[in-house]
Design a protein around this ligand. Sequence first.
Ligand SMILES: Nc1ncnc2c1ncn2[C@@H]1O[C@H](COP(=O)(O)OP(=O)(O)OP(=O)(O)O)[C@@H](O)[C@H]1O
Ligand SMILES: [Mg+2]
Length: 260
Amino acid sequence: MEAAPIITFDNVGVSFGEERIYDRLSFNVRRGEFVCILGPSGCGKSTSLRMIGGLLDVGSGRVTVDGRDPHEAWPEIAFVFQSPRLVPWRTALDNVMLGTELRFGSGDRERRRSRATDLLHLVGLAADARKYPSMLSGGERQRVAIARALAVDPKIVLMDEPFSALDPNMRGRMRGEMERIWLETGKTVVFVTHDIDEALQLADRTVVLSNKPTRVLEIIELKTPRPRTPGDPALDTQRQKLAKLFRSLEQPAMQQENAP
Ligand SMILES: Nc1ncnc2c1ncn2[C@@H]1O[C@H](COP(=O)(O)OP(=O)(O)OP(=O)(O)O)[C@@H](O)[C@H]1O
Ligand SMILES: [Mg+2]
């Protein structure tokens, strides 16, 4: 039986000034699911995450998170952004602890420290707890950001192109790490990406969005067993489908750019 939805987007609309980004966007995310959102630049992917996180008001329609309005459900949510946004003068361990400190206050330090240590272990950084951000690689810093997000024990983790600033090698490794972390924690993850291979490795379902005014072009279900190997031939059909959808989305933009 399918798990119940934990996030619902029901005919959601959002505009900035005169510009309508979308007016009837609908999709949902099931509890414990890994959903990727794939779509062209500017179609409103980050905007959707901000509405789920209660950082931006919904213009029309309705967003629910864990059965509530996003403004009430924010304690269930943590964000991971494209850049890790670590505090440079705090060690990796203290950066992870900062997540809980900001949300729950500075009490119960020992318990928070022990949890932060466990999470650094989970993301493969047990030996690096005392390093400062400047002493860590880009991928390692992003792992600290993931541990910091998990430290508040959210039900939902919203990730906005978290690996796009890393070099291709590190990006590939982080995908594998992320798959493992998700399998171990069972969190619901909504993961924005531009990268078809990332969606193929990580997603249970991928929501493909169109150019503006944005609508859901297709929702692609991926049932290939995990852990998945990059380039797995079992994913070829979906890879081709996604590549074709993406090519069709790029054409209008290219035509505009090439217009006299
Ligand atoms: N605060 C704002 N004021 C005005 N326009 C905005 C604001 N935030 C976003 N937009 C516009 O809304 C659209 C969607 O922005 P958003 O950041 O959600 O896109 P995106 O799909 O995440 O793009 P990218 O892949 O480039 O990150 C864009 O056209 C952007 O210019
Ligand atoms: Mg964005």
